[in-house]
Design a protein around this ligand. Structure first.
Ligand SMILES: [Zn+2]
Length: 378
């Protein structure tokens, strides 16, 4: 595999034995006095607010201090990666490769760039992106998605800070929940939930999704309307591993259905102020025309021939998804919305439903990401 990963560092002379007590060790390490000192954010993620990368999700969280684990650091260069292993003086742990990769994380709350292991980062990302109460196989699918997102950024950087690979803001990179925050959120269930997420991360250690031997550009989201969508129907780019697929089992989720009610004037005013579309409030119903994606989301919508994307309407009106339906009533316009998130890639609720049906994390990922290889980044 030809990954030109720059700014990856690998620890040598540091091998963590992987034992059955690993989870306890991790919990102890996080909680112990020698562990990273974590600060407590003010707000906890709202229940059910798990979300998706770069669309919606939990608020950014405080970041731990970098783990004080490495004794020596060397740069992991392209040659070493292309050889499939690190040669020379470097020693790659036989287990938990994620522990050997140091990434740079931009903490949006302190404006600092800190280093931490990929292992620890993915745990905090999964904790921010998916409830620990979800099925283990769903959490494992989330771990692979979060790891893939991170590894795909190792050759570039976070768009918020060029000195970091990723940041802690879900709207830019991925959600992030510090371990101290987990303690506060989970209380008596802290150890159990952290152990479960840690298991999801370690049981998928180093696994990422590849297409043509490169990490894919990962998208995932909270709740579908029953279908996902091709990338180019939602975002600009056409990525071949995103197609519209069924995503059943989410109809009873709290995020599945929502609605907004606006007066005709409010609707017209929003169209003009947010999107520059001028339409008389008396002319909205007759002037509107909608085209939809294969997954049922609004692809484009026009008023008097002036067209915008469904995603632009979603943003302008603060809708949970672009699968919205307008009903013109006497006093107001009812906007009914199905699903939560952009609709590209893995639906997290759908992943949990698939896991409940007995599917593995590979089944889940292969369902939502078409023709990808699930392999070790090494
Ligand atoms: Zn970022």
């Amino acid at each position: 595999m030809r990954l030109k990963l720059v700014n990856i560092f690998i620890i040598f002379c540091f091998i963590i034995p992987f034992t059955a007590s690993m989870y306890i060790n991790i919990i102890t390490a996080f909680a112990g006095t020698s562990a990273p000192v974590l600060s407590l954010p003010e707000q906890s993620p709202a229940a059910g607010s798990y979300g998706n990368n770069a669309a919606n999700g939990t608020p950014s969280q405080e970041l731990p201090e970098p783990p004080q684990k490495e004794s020596n650091i060397i740069e992991l260069n392209d040659e070493k990666l292309s050889n499939g292993s690190v040669s020379g003086d470097a020693i790659v742990p036989e287990n938990l490769l994620d522990e050997s990769v140091i990434i740079k994380v931009f903490d949006r709350s302190t404006n600092e760039v800190v280093e931490m292991t990929l292992h620890d980062y993915v745990i905090c990302a999964v904790a921010g992106e998916m409830p620990a109460t979800f099925e283990l196989e769903a959490l494992k699918a989330q771990a692979v998605a979060a790891r893939t997102f991170t590894v795909s950024h190792l050759k570039s950087s976070c768009s918020s800070n060029a000195a970091a690979h990723v940041c802690t803001y879900h709207g830019c990179c991925q959600a992030f929940v510090s371990v101290d925050r987990m303690k506060k959120n989970w209380g008596a269930q802290f150890e159990e939930k952290l152990a479960k997420i840690t298991a999801a991360v370690e049981q998928t250690d180093s696994l990422v999704m590849l297409y043509n031997d490169l990490p894919i550009t990962v998208f995932y989201f909270s709740t579908s309307n029953g279908y996902t969508d091709a990338c180019q129907d939602v975002f600009v780019k056409n990525l071949p591993y995103y197609k519209s697929v069924e995503s059943p089992g989410e109809e009873t989720a709290s995020g599945y259905y929502s609605y907004v009610k606006l007066s005709y004037k409010e609707f017209a005013d929003t169209l003009f102020s947010k999107l520059g579309i001028a339409v008389s409030e008396n002319d909205i119903e007759n002037s509107v025309s909608i085209t939809r994606t294969d997954g049922g989301r609004v692809k484009s919508i026009s008023f008097n021939g002036k067209s915008v994307k469904g995603t632009q309407i979603r943003t302008a009106f603060g809708l949970k998804s672009a699968d919205f339906h307008l009903t013109f009533l006497e006093d107001y316009i009812l906007i009914e919305v199905y699903g939560y998130g952009h609709g590209v890639g893995m639906s997290q609720l759908g992943a949990n439903y698939m896991a409940k049906q007995g599917n593995t994390f590979c089944d889940i990922l292969n369902h939502y990401y078409i023709n990808v290889d699930i392999k070790s980044y090494m």
